[in-house]
Write a protein that binds this ligand. Structure first.
Ligand code: MTE
Ligand code: MO
Length: 350
């Protein structure tokens, strides 16, 4: 892993480790933490469901597993800061983790449907948002408070969000949120609150620091958080995982591969690759379709010229939208949502 910080623990897999695996092995899955990783005794853990509900619920792990059907979904988690490193080359982003293209991973998550738990509590008509709170307090949160965030009630009731206790058929690891985490497929990773202990149904979004202040796309520096766009649905994005940067490769045919991901109800429709700056594009082969909430791996064989070259890629989604060409116009003060064309420089050996 490429470790950006030990405490809090923030690490991403090297590109090559993500390549070719539709499901990311647990020891390769990226970790994004804003505070210390809590150790929670699963027997003592309780989940409280309150707010605009008919009945407040207090559920143990045994209640959650026993009272609700378990469901699985293959979902990609991606941090809003994924690929930030390319934005900090445009202008520095001090204090923000310099994520490469590895702040993204995919797992098969298993747990109870959030919608089923909310239905058991009885959501009142005035409900607009469902807020999640964990136990971990980030040194950045101002005022100090545990990590949290919220999603619209329509998304919460949509079926795909889970309260998960299993990842790739194994017990959820502590660093990924054991005993239970929220998984919100199609939304930025920050909404998938780990070690969740409270779910509040409310008429407005969470006022938690990580919803109200962080994870907002500011128009420029020196703007109040309220001026920022709250990030929720993930943006169309792609990365090249192989080859790596600055590799000497033989001229002629060479394999290129990577991932592409689309937000919410959009799917990856096509991925194009170019080795001449975008004058000519060829279509990559898409890997297996593992469902509406997962990335799509892709591969192509490109014909590299002699000497230095740049391999670029762009994904298209089912609304025929594609990625922006350059990172410069995307720069924002916290370095979120870099979805510009991925670029890898290589040296074609004669
Ligand atoms: N939940 C809690 N309680 N604390 C956190 O710091 N980080 C969030 C989210 N859930 C976080 C959290 C962010 S920003 C992301 S991108 C994902 O968890 C990362 O999940 P992972 O570490 O399992 O990859
Ligand atoms: Mo994140």
């Amino acid at each position: 892993m490429i470790v950006h910080s030990i405490d809090p623990y923030n690490a991403e897999p090297p590109r090559a480790a993500l390549d070719g695996a539709a499901l990311t092995p647990l020891d390769t899955f990226y970790s994004r933490n804003h505070g210390p990783v809590p150790r929670i005794d699963p027997r003592a853990w309780r989940l409280e469901v309150d707010g605009l509900v008919e009945r407040t619920l207090v559920l143990s792990l045994a209640d959650l597993r026993g009272r609700f059907d378990s469901h699985s979904v293959v979902a990609t988690l991606v941090c809003a800061g994924n690929r930030r490193a390319d934005l900090s080359r445009v202008r520095p982003l001090p204090g923000e983790e310099p994520w490469g293209p590895g702040a993204i991973s995919t797992a098969r998550w298993t747990g109870a449907r959030l919608a089923d738990v909310l239905a058991a509590a009885g959501v009142r008509p005035a409900a607009g948002h469902v807020a999640f709170t964990g136990p971990d307090v980030s040194p950045r949160a101002d005022p100090p408070q545990p990590f949290g965030g919220s999603i619209p009630v329509a998304k919460a009731m949509a079926g795909e969000p889970l309260l998960a206790w299993e990842m790739n058929g194994e017990p959820l690891p502590v660093v990924h949120g054991a005993p239970v985490r929220v998984v919100v497929p199609g939304y930025i990773g920050a909404r998938s609150v780990k070690w969740v202990r409270r779910i509040s149904v409310q008429d407005r979004p969470s006022d938690n620091y990580f919803q109200a202040s962080a994870y907002r796309l500011l128009p420029a520096e020196d703007h109040p958080a309220a001026a920022g766009l709250p990030l929720s649905v993930i943006a169309l994005n792609a990365a090249i995982l192989r080859p790596g940067d600055d590799q000497p490769l033989p001229a002629g045919p060479n394999p290129v591969s990577g991932y592409a991901v689309a937000g919410e109800d959009r799917r990856i429709a096509r991925v194009d690759v170019s080795v001449d700056g975008g004058r000519h594009w060829q279509q990559a082969d898409l890997g297996a379709d593992t469902g509406p909430w997962a990335w799509r791996l892709w591969r192509a064989t490109v014909d590299l010229p002699r000497g230095p070259a740049e391999i670029i890629a762009r994904a298209w989604d089912t609304s025929a939208a594609t990625q922006p060409e350059r990172p410069e116009p995307l720069w924002n003060p916290q370095g979120y949502v870099n979805n510009s064309w991925p670029r890898v420089r290589v040296f074609g050996r004669p």
